[in-house]
Ligand binder design. Sequence first.
Ligand code: HEM
Length: 304
Amino acid sequence: MSVSTTKAQLARRWFATLATTAVLGATLAAVPAASAVDQAAPVLKTEAPEVGCEVTAGTLSWGLMERFRGYIDGFAKGAFTPSADVSFSGTEWTWSTPTGSVDPATGTGQVAFPGSVLATGHGDVLKMNFANPVVEFVSSTEANLKFDIDSNDTTGAPTISEKAITIGTFALTPGLSGEAGSTVTMIGTGGLSEAAVPAFADFYQAGEPFDPMTLSLTLGECAGAATASAEPTDDAATTPEPEMTTLIAPEDENEGSNLMRLWVVLGVVVVAGVATVIVVRQRRARKSPEQEHSELPESGDQTS
Ligand code: HEM
């Protein structure tokens, strides 16, 4: 093998090696860069916050219906008899010692009060007991008022005996709000539900207006980030936002390594370019007859 042939072959091999190195280098540099782009997407760690506040104290004050009280005390010659844990002011009964929890942020939850009121009349043919009220929030500004109700018709036969029946749905002003340690007081207005019509021996139609009720709740421990909100339509105020600290922005962490990869790619491109120039020059030189001849393989190389 001649010296000139060896040089040409070496040049080609060198170029091939450089070209391979360039392709490999560019590929290796590009692959981690691509995964770095994937990693650059913010990682959202969602933790569903628990919400709701324990109700530690409060009262429910309600007189049912002024006209019904008048009927019992008057025409029916009857009386109202509250249980020991229910007080009477002359116009309304007050239940206390509530249990339950509410979430001011979402307008949900329910509160139960122990105690009963028995209405009697017409020599006990009329015997209506309404007990253990439960306020069930439908939203921050609306709640169902439920009672365990037992009652008779005008013959004295039982017409209704149900637990936790909704006697009416009340609109609440100003609405459920507050935070741990605060007391919220709401006025509720509403009317008789269809389901509770038999409790009054069908003398009232559904929608018959009740006296307003007053609901006062003292909030204790609130789980999670429950905050005050009396505006149920304000989604921005009621929707829990993920904490900013849970958003990880990996761009900063990968910025340095991405820059390094860019320099590696640029270096490989430059080296490949230089190699290309060298090989092109060699090919041009090979075109001279003298060089052409010198590159021909010697006969000894082919036959040996
Ligand atoms: C001996 C059985 C009864 C008799 C004779 C009787 C009679 C009457 C009468 C005459 C009225 C009309 C009073 C008025 O318009 O001023 C009335 C009203 C009424 N009764 Fe009775 N009743 C009886 C039993 C009952 C029972 C078991 C209930 C169940 C709760 C009941 C609930 C009512 C109610 C809600 C009214 C309407 C009161 C109002 O004007 O707001 N009654 N009853």
